[in-house]
Design a protein. Structure first.
Lengths: 463, 359
């Protein structure tokens, strides 16, 4: 089920809120678990057993790791089982395909269907068992609470990757306040609007320009910009919705995005983009490998390993691996060669970051290496295309307001302006008066867009 | 206070529509979109497990959402006013007239169209008087920033590839005012000069037939529902006289007999169907008052439905063939081509999508 669907907004959510707030506190996790399983089953009928298996297995392994005298062995087994499941469902065909290419074999593809959200819940359960092993958290003996954590529908299928230690207390007992509920509503509607009014609309533009009969160089640059904005608003919108829904049910998930498109460098970009994934890989891969407290060569190896995994986590395809390695190389260069130079040149560093991010999301979106080469040729004027055509000019003009809104919304300008105005007495009263209606208007507009368009998948469900 | 208002408003909306979803009766048809709406799906275990029930339910929730058309209108207004989009789903509005982007020119389709015309000519029409007229869609007359197909190229391609047929120009007789504001088609009351030119070219002299004008209101054209912006309907006028009233129309697809105008269609999903009952593969119109014995065969799309009545007085019999609904290869089973005048009357929209014409 998608958050940005009529079935979620006007069937699932009202029913769930009714049941959730009707029952006493001790039953609230049961309501959340049942509804989360229904939510998952609605989108993934065949493979729900994998989610249940993962819950049950990691619940037991957590207890065993805590109690066992052979913690390391149990941990290795846990990692092997979890990554084995992920590897089988996500990467089997990729490996077979590449093996066939390299060794000229003809093994048939298994056409394994990847369960929705497996990348997210595998990383969540892995972090739980590792944290139990490290003694950072105690193993949860209450299966209901643990299953609620793993299956919790706001973050189940597209993140953010919530670590057990961040919600352990709230799983046992949490406060439900009017402020929390209202904050959740606002955050949820903002996320919903990012997804439906910006990501989807900009996504239309990239499709139109890519399929244009009269393509142009500027058109390809706008596609690159559209890809970046679309992915940003799609994913950060989903994270906002997850965080907002969490708030409504008394949970506090950590932030996942912090205006990445205003980053001063690629290093800074990755401190702001998909924070839950990069911090997960930092804590469970990079630091255990030695982090930066090792020789230079080993540090470069660590960086390459982490960014290879970042890319590969996003999808079983070479473009994702190249995407990860691309960032690894830039991070090494920033650290060792021109990081200081960037610090001194404010305008240049922003231009530099945006350009490299645009290029990265072209790599992220391509379906084959050849497509990528052609795309870059067209972008840089080597594809024989005119600078601008009537068709691309028309569509750029048609979408220019949305693009400008999206560009501004990708910076903290709106938020800062809003907070500054709120500090002025008269404005504060006025803004407080209109704010609820603003959110309601957004919700109705989103509903209107959903009704007008029935195809609306989230990009991050692929990963 | 602000918190309470936000919560109350949010809950009112989600519970309000939740209840509306159950209370309001499901609609069968959408007149605005001219299609059947999805009904509540049949729920079986196998359909749930294979996901088809869920997919159908998703479509159902969208199709049957309360005040669906108002929401579609809200979306259109946000696109036009807030986002300043030049079109919404390919629909745009200029001076209260609704247009749909017809772009790009599909040259292969135009060539396919001429190929089909030539095939029909070679197989059935050699030695006969064969004419063609290409009706521009209304975008042709709009001079502004919107995308439109390369009409010059379309006309050039057709002329170059249909050497055996006589071309009859129509573009100089039309303007935006000749088309409905909310529909693709031309207004019958405005195209009398088109009929006269056809007579002049095919018969040799233009008639001076007189008509009575009958109005119907409100007419909502096909773009009205697609645009979803509401507004008043417009006037649909149909022309009649003694010959038209006495003409005898046979629809071969259902062997029914009726008059030129199907008044029962007025107010239904597409009131334009009042003209010769709309889209149908094969119709003959007999005018017993014309004793000349002269016959006309029109290969046509829906533009001909409103034009043909204006030609009735000049012919004893007119046959209308719509190749979108019947194959050209079987024509000899339903008609014998002898010495009739033959006219290919197609709009640029159909020519640009000529794959819909059957072989």
């Amino acid at each position: 089920m998608l958050f940005s669907s009529i079935s979620f907004l006007y069937y699932f959510l009202p029913l769930l809120l009714f049941c959730y707030f009707l029952v006493p506190n001790r039953w609230k996790n049961i309501v959340l678990l049942i509804s989360s399983l229904f939510f998952y089953f609605y989108g993934e009928q065949l493979h729900i057993w994998i989610l249940l298996l993962s819950c049950f297995m990691n619940y037991l392994l957590g207890i065993v790791v805590e109690k066992s005298n052979h913690k390391k062995v149990i941990l290795v087994v846990t990692i092997a089982i979890n990554l084995g499941l992920l590897g089988y469902f996500k990467y089997t065909d990729f490996f077979i395909d590449n093996m066939n290419t390299i060794f000229q074999t003809e093994f048939g593809l298994l056409k394994v269907v990847m369960p929705i959200g497996i990348s997210f819940f595998t990383f969540q359960t892995l972090s739980y068992v590792v944290d139990v092993y490290r003694g950072t958290v105690k193993a949860n003996r209450n299966f209901l609470d643990f299953a609620t954590y793993v299956c919790l529908f706001p973050q189940l299928v597209a993140g953010p990757i919530v670590r057990y230690k961040d919600v352990a207390e709230e799983l046992k007992s949490r406060k439900h306040t009017m402020t929390g509920f209202e904050t959740g509503i606002r955050r949820f509607i903002i996320g919903l609007s990012k997804k439906v009014l910006l990501a989807n609309v900009i996504g239309e533009l990239s499709v139109i320009l890519l399929e244009a009969n009269e393509a142009s160089i500027i058109g390809f640059w706008v596609i690159a910009l559209s890809y970046t904005l679309q992915i940003y608003f799609d994913f950060s919108g989903y994270s906002d919705m997850a965080i907002g829904l969490g708030n409504m049910f008394g949970f506090h998930f950590l932030e996942n995005f912090n205006y990445p498109l205003i980053a001063k460098s690629i290093t800074d970009f990755w401190r702001r983009w998909h924070i839950s994934l990069s911090s997960w890989l930092r804590d469970y891969v990079y630091i255990p490998l030695g982090g930066n407290r090792v020789s230079e060569l080993k540090w470069i190896r660590n960086i390459l390993v982490v960014w290879f995994l970042t890319g590969f986590w996003h999808g079983a395809a070479w473009n994702f691996i190249i995407w990860g390695i691309y960032f690894a190389l830039i991070l090494v260069l920033e650290k060792k060669i021109y990081g200081k130079f960037l610090e001194k040149h404010r305008i240049f560093r922003h231009f530099y970051t945006v350009l490299l991010v645009l290029i990265s999301f072209v790599i992220f979106n391509i379906s084959s290496i050849n497509d990528g080469i052609l795309f870059f040729k067209n972008m840089f004027g080597l594809g024989g295309l005119p600078l601008l055509t009537v068709e691309t000019s028309y569509y750029i003009r048609s979408y220019i307001v949305v693009l400008v809104i999206a560009l501004i919304a990708s910076t903290p300008i709106f938020t800062n302006m809003f907070h500054k105005l709120k500090q002025k007495k008269g404005f504060n009263l006025f803004l407080n008066g209109i704010e609820p209606f603003y959110y309601v208007a957004l919700l109705l507009i989103v509903t209107a867009f959903l009704i007008d368009s029935s195809f609306n998948p989230f990009l991050y469900f692929r990963f | 206070m602000k918190e309470k208002v936000t919560i109350v408003l949010f809950l009112s909306i989600i519970y309000g529509f939740f209840l509306f979803n159950f209370i309001m009766k499901d609609e069968e048809l959408s007149f605005e979109e001219r299609r059947h709406l999805k009904q509540f799906p049949e729920i079986t275990i196998s359909k749930v497990l294979d996901g088809s029930a869920i997919k159908e339910f998703e479509t159902y929730t969208l199709d049957q959402f309360p005040f669906r058309n108002n929401f579609r209108g809200l979306k259109a207004n946000v696109e036009y006013s807030m986002f300043q989009k030049l079109d919404n789903n390919g629909i745009y509005i200029k001076n209260n007239k609704i247009f749909k982007i017809e772009y790009p020119l599909k040259e292969t389709n135009v060539e396919l169209f001429t190929k089909k015309v030539n095939q029909i000519y070679d197989k059935y029409l050699q030695g006969m008087n064969v004419y063609y007229m290409v009706i521009p869609d209304k975008n042709y007359y709009l001079e502004d920033e919107h995308l439109k197909m390369d009409y010059d190229k379309l006309y050039k391609l057709i002329k170059e590839n249909t050497k055996e047929l006589s071309y009859i120009e129509v573009r100089d007789l039309l303007s935006l005012e000749h088309y409905y504001d909310t529909d693709t088609h031309w207004r019958q009351e405005k195209i009398i000069p088109v009929a006269r030119r056809l007579e002049e070219k095919m018969i040799g002299n233009a008639s001076n037939h007189q008509y009575e004008f009958q109005d119907y209101k409100p007419f909502y054209g096909v773009y009205y529902g697609q645009a979803a912006i509401g507004g008043k309907g417009e006037k649909l006028t149909f022309l009649t006289n003694k010959a038209i009233e006495h003409a005898y129309v046979e629809n071969k697809s259902d062997s029914s007999f009726h008059g030129v105008y199907h008044l029962k269609e007025l107010g239904k999903m597409d009131s334009y169907n009042v003209f010769l009952s709309g889209s149908t593969p094969f119709i003959t119109i007999q005018n017993k008052e014309n004793k000349s014995g002269k016959e006309l065969v029109i290969f046509r799309d829906s533009f001909a439905s409103s034009l043909t009545p204006l030609l009735i007085e000049s012919y004893s019999k007119i046959t209308l063939i719509d190749l979108r609904y019947m194959g050209a290869s079987k024509l000899n089973e339903v008609i014998t081509f002898e010495d009739q005048d033959v006219l290919f009357l197609y709009s640029t929209m159909v020519i640009n999508e000529s794959v819909m014409l059957k072989d």
